[in-house]
Design a protein around this ligand. Structure first.
Ligand SMILES: NC(=O)c1ccc[n+]([C@@H]2O[C@H](COP(=O)([O-])OP(=O)(O)OC[C@H]3O[C@@H](n4cnc5c(N)ncnc54)[C@H](OP(=O)(O)O)[C@@H]3O)[C@@H](O)[C@H]2O)c1
Length: 326
């Protein structure tokens, strides 16, 4: 009985964030005890967590920063598993990449892993990104990318795309740490994450769709053409399911791309226009080379399923209306 209870005690880092909130909600609904880390226990932006079903009995919040080892250690101690979701996701230009992104992403992940080793946890699921998969110039054109594709670190460092570099460095450091220490590390690589929000905060994911319905795509500067690029989307609730699946399936190993729909910008415009004709859409687009299609076959073989794109889009827009984001 005591063992069973301990197996079901899981730490979720950055618990108040968009993705992590859905992970916490899912875990509570399945009867897990959750240690959630937040940077500020008194901040209103985390208030939604304590209102989740089951939170009063089974959710304990810990104040922790990714760069403060002792704070992470306190949150992870006593847990059987760690779902490491926290990472800065920039929504504007990064002025000090080292401090704002690279350190929290890479050193922060290593801190989480070391604390997990110290607490003797059974498995860590690390939330990476397709950012760590896609920017690989040596991948054959026209071939859908799978888990064997890694973003080329030198290429992306030269391009100064710090978030992509940080996710790639952090994921490879996580696997290297696992190899050296024997800690069981599995990663999930989601594409663009959409879906309903629990709080009225503009973050990367919410900005994508709130801008999209104003006819602003990919932050294209005025005068430039919008590329009709192909990119991969996944619903935040399906991503949460994948994280739990990867935590629970003993046979899970290595990285898992988690994307549901490979769509072009034009297809997304058409789908949205059918659902919400009242918004502003842009039809002028240029065809472009960048093809960011990915395959989630490996995750699906483990039993992962996903919902239809229309459901994700409707639930996203309706939740934005509910919380006043649009
Ligand atoms: N959204 C996407 O489209 C997408 C796609 C692929 C991968 N991902 C990955 O998914 C994860 C969650 O992203 P999200 O979309 O849910 O973004 P989010 O809502 O901005 O969540 C990020 C979380 O990380 C926390 N955090 C940032 N820096 C921290 C630090 N130094 N110490 C402790 N916590 C820190 C934030 O805490 P505060 O609330 O205190 O800032 C927040 O809870 C990230 O690892 C991201 O790279 C997201």
């Amino acid at each position: 009985m005591e063992m069973e209870k301990r197996r079901r005690r899981v730490c979720v880092t950055g618990a108040g964030g968009f993705v992590a909130s859905w992970v916490v909600k899912l875990l509570l609904s399945k009867g897990f005890t959750v240690h959630g880390t937040v940077r500020d226990l008194g901040d209103d932006k985390n208030a939604h967590l304590i209102k989740l079903d089951g939170a009063s009995d089974n959710l304990k919040l810990f104040k922790a920063d990714l760069l403060d080892y002792d704070s992470l250690r306190s949150a992870i101690m006593g847990c059987d598993g760690v779902l490491h979701v926290a990472c800065p996701v920039p929504t504007s230009e990064v002025l000090n990449p080292e401090a704002e992104i690279l350190q929290p992403a890479i050193n922060g992940t290593l801190n989480v892993l070391k604390a997990s080793s110290e607490a003797n946890v059974g498995r860590v699921v690390y939330v990476s990104s397709t950012a760590a998969v896609l920017q690989n110039p040596s991948w054959p054109r026209d071939r859908v990318k799978d888990e064997s594709s890694w973003t080329d670190k030198e290429y992306i460092r030269a391009a100064k795309v710090w978030y992509i570099l940080a996710k790639t460095e952090a994921e490879s450091a996580a696997f290297e740490y696992g190899k050296q220490s024997g800690l069981d590390v599995v990663s999930v690589n989601p594409g663009y994450v959409l879906g309903p929000v629990m709080r009225p905060i503009l973050i990367f994911s919410t900005m994508f769709l709130t801008k999209f319905v104003q006819g602003i795509y990919f932050d294209i500067v005025k005068g430039d053409s919008v590329p009709n690029k192909i990119f991969s989307l996944v619903d935040v609730r399906d991503l949460a399911q994948s994280i739990l699946l990867l935590y629970e399936k003993p046979e899970a190993e290595g990285r898992y791309i988690c994307t549901a729909h490979n769509v072009s910008t034009k297809e997304l415009v058409e789908t949205m226009r059918n659902l919400y004709p009242e918004f502003t859409y842009l039809d002028e687009m240029v065809e472009c080379d960048s093809d960011h299609r990915t395959s989630s076959e490996k995750l699906q073989k483990l039993g992962w399923t996903y919902r239809r794109l229309e459901e994700t889009l409707v639930d996203s827009i309706e939740s934005f209306r509910d919380v006043g984001l649009i």
